[in-house]
Design a protein around this ligand. Sequence first.
Ligand SMILES: Nc1ncnc2c1ncn2[C@@H]1O[C@H](COP(=O)(O)OP(=O)(O)OP(=O)(O)O)[C@@H](O)[C@H]1O
Ligand SMILES: CCCCCCCCCCCCC/C=C/[C@@H](O)[C@H](CO)NC(=O)CCCCC
Ligand SMILES: [Ca+2]
Length: 555
Amino acid sequence: MERPSRQLLLSELRIRNTAYDVSLSRSLLTWKRRVSSPVYHPFRPSVCHSVSVSEIISVREEEEESSSRQRDDGSWKKIKEREGKDCRQAFTVLYVERSRQHRWRCAEVTFMCPDEALCQRWVSSIREQLNAIASRPKRLLVYINPYGGKRQGKHIYEQKVAPLFAQAGISTHVIVTEYANYARDHLKTEAELKTFDGVVCVGGDGMFSEIIHGLIWRTQIDGGVDPNCPEESLLPCSLRIGIIPAGSTDCICFATVGTNDPVTSALHIIVGDSQPMDVCSVHHNNTFLRYSVSLLGYGFYGDVLTDSERKRWMGPARYDLSGVKMFLTHHYYEGTVSYLPARGIVGTPRDAARCRSGCVVCQHNGQLLSEKAERYKVDEASDNESDGEWRTIRGKFLAINAASMSCACPRSPKGLSPAAHLADGTTDLILVRKCSRFNFLRHLLRHTSKDDQFDLTFVEVHRVRRFRFTPRHCQSDSDLELDLQEHGKRQIFSQICRDHPACSCAPAYSSWNCDGEILTHTAIDVRVHCQLIKLFARGIEEPTVFEDLTNPCAI
Ligand SMILES: Nc1ncnc2c1ncn2[C@@H]1O[C@H](COP(=O)(O)OP(=O)(O)OP(=O)(O)O)[C@@H](O)[C@H]1O
Ligand SMILES: CCCCCCCCCCCCC/C=C/[C@@H](O)[C@H](CO)NC(=O)CCCCC
Ligand SMILES: [Ca+2]
């Protein structure tokens, strides 16, 4: 058991009219009500509070002149009782308080000191501790998409986030985007990245995608790496990214924080959290197409996205309408999926365990991959793909999904692949073969219940490092030859006729949904880059069952 660290300060201070023993160590601020009588009071509220120093947002001196100050709830609190004296005898600590469903709130407590010198000592000691936390950002570059989600981005930032950043002493350079890809291009070429400790995007998954495209591209160009070459190992980005959710799905925020709440996200940024994340690069014939961190979906999710883009004016409800429409349409697509299974790693897509804050699977697999990368640097002749052999599956699919993380979102709180990991260097490749509408509905509905969406005969899931997809009509002559041998000429010709858009109702191609953006190509080559970016987040926290044993209040 870890021992509480040495006390830096211990004083008797007052909260309102009650005396408390208040102590500060390098890790904790604790206030414990003084027990005047040893008699047990069953109806008295908890007498001891403890806050981790790492979760203190800021400390401020109270400057009111022997007067009262209005609290948030409208009541008045007395700051100073004695007359005629300078008033710097009280200080307020703002800190993170956990609320329901992974939400964080900014709470505050005001301590009254017997004299000014003591008050000053407390304020400077707490500030010293906060300044020593190197991971906290001091200067942030903020991009706001005014048109994401319900078009509330600017309002959300100004009302809920900016005041918190100001209280935490974070300075910001705020840019409201003027058109799509404004933030991406600004980051690629213009932004003075060295002057910032992080980039914040206010918007949805599409806006986040712009930010990572700008940052990853810039990092590769500055480091002399060719982003068009699918074989190149990409350089990790040094700046962390914060997401203030103001979009339609906000799946990246939800899956990394556990909730889509602007205040919670702002607090994770302020305390300087860090969550590494895998990124997939998507190429077509040695040309870079896009990066993806959440869903790469062909078939159902590609069609839903294509249809919903025409209904953008509807806001987030467009996905529900297009979802139902595409479910009824029930298109399937033929093609070949090849993949490189992830070997030597911990975890499978069917695990009961989930990726959570401080995930050991991500740590283990991340370490394994970086050691491997080091070895390859020494031995140039080694084949990068020697840890496994490519496997190939041909078929008719209703959906081909690659989930690099769970893709949990309010629509599906457990996500497309509930056991996927944020930073393990793999993506879960989910193949939903052609089946009846009823069966497909069973599969879809299981995304919203406790039942396993993979426990169906027409669904398979593989944890992979790399995969390729070729739609049937892009297949090589030798592949088509194989088809002829397998199925006989007559079947093939009737199939081609049925699939050809000119002479039948069923389209031959779907589109790829890449984190909510439509890809321009259907034949793609995808590779996972382990922990390429970092977010101001810590992963979803497990609800605490037992009191923290390092907390002196719990002992
Ligand atoms: N000023 C702007 N005008 C028009 N489009 C913009 C602007 N700034 C950003 N965009 C684009 O708007 C698109 C959607 O933005 P965003 O992701 O913020 O919201 P959303 O699509 O509603 O949410 P989600 O992606 O979570 O479903 C993005 O593709 C982004 O490139
Ligand atoms: C017939 C009804 C069946 C109901 C089934 C519900 C299943 C929900 C699964 C939700 C999966 C979300 C995956 C996230 C993808 C994001 O990268 C992307 C960008 O924001 N969002 C969409 O493409 C938006 C995609 C929205 C799909 C509905
Ligand atoms: Ca992953």
